[in-house]
Write a protein that binds this ligand. Structure first.
Ligand code: HPA
Length: 276
């Protein structure tokens, strides 16, 4: 079997395992990052499927990231939420990191709403703010499309000139204004992690046009665009990046800061999804 056939079949096997449990057809897929840990409360839940019940599905090793799919409605919109995701730094193959996004596409999702916690690189940002992702820098991570192209998913050389859908971005921006939720905008750069960046790396990233830095999201966005999904994303600026403040960074502090922003983040996602 070729690599591309293996990737295709692995995705389809996951879809088949989920289809044994539910025939729910989501329109919007939401990947819940730090800060949206309680987002299930916003959903009229119809069904849940633990990742560990899906053969071959990558399961996170990070504390606080234990995972399941949640199927249900936000307003009238059928959604699938990923509570927990795997990261490249956990040692997974990059094709496994993007497998969940591909599975959600194959389940019927047309839109992928990506959320994460990120370090603020732009000096105009503050910890505790939200940032609408306008574009990304992907060159520091392995491209998830490396290897034989899976033709069933998309073309060999997919266009990335507007990864983050303009119409969805406008909805998110206007919804933030309507609800008086402060929202910055900027370019998100994914690094592999798991170590946080050095101050010199942050200075480099800022010079390159980065506004926020994190360890997820970009590879999922690329895989989703490859499959023709419309993509949008919001980062919770959980901390200012290394070297910008006096104190060192810790995962616990990132988690705590993201939790404080949680209710505002939940409100923004909910009000946006209702309009998608
Ligand atoms: N760097 C990388 N990833 C992160 C950060 C950071 O400062 N904060 C939250 N995720």
């Amino acid at each position: 079997m070729t690599d591309s056939k293996m990737i295709y079949e692995k995705v389809n096997n996951c879809v088949a395992a989920i289809r044994k449990v539910t025939d729910f057809k989501p329109r919007v897929a939401i990947t819940l990052g730090s800060g949206l840990g309680n987002y299930a409360d916003q959903i009229d839940i119809k069904c849940e499927v633990s990742y560990s019940d899906i053969p071959g599905f990558p399961v996170s090793t990070v504390p606080g990231h234990a995972g399941k799919f949640i199927f249900g409605y936000v307003g009238d919109v059928p959604v699938v939420c990923m509570k927990g995701r795997v990261h490249f730094y956990e040692g997974y193959d990059i094709t496994d990191v993007v497998l969940p996004a591909r599975v959600m596409r194959q389940l019927g999702a047309e839109i992928l709403f990506l959320t994460n916690a990120a370090g603020g690189v732009n000096y105009n940002f503050n910890a505790g703010e939200l940032m609408l992702i306008t574009d990304h820098i992907a060159v520091f991570v392995r491209n998830p499309l490396i290897g034989p192209n899976v033709e069933e998913f998309g073309t060999r050389f997919p266009d990335m000139s507007e990864v983050y859908d303009k119409e969805l971005r406008d909805i998110i921006y206007n919804t933030a204004v309507e609800n008086k939720i402060p929202l910055k905008m900027g370019v998100y750069t994914q690094l592999t992690g798991p170590s946080f960046e050095s101050p010199a790396e942050i200075k480099m990233l800022r010079t390159l046009g980065t506004d926020a830095v994190g360890m997820s999201t970009v590879v999922e966005a690329i895989a989703a665009r490859h499959m023709g999904m419309r993509v949008c994303g919001v980062s919770c600026i959980s901390n200012m990046a290394a070297g910008m403040l006096a104190e060192p960074l810790s995962h616990e502090d990132v988690q705590k800061a993201a939790d404080i922003v949680g209710p505002m983040f939940e409100k923004l996602v909910t009000e946006c999804v209702k309009k998608f």
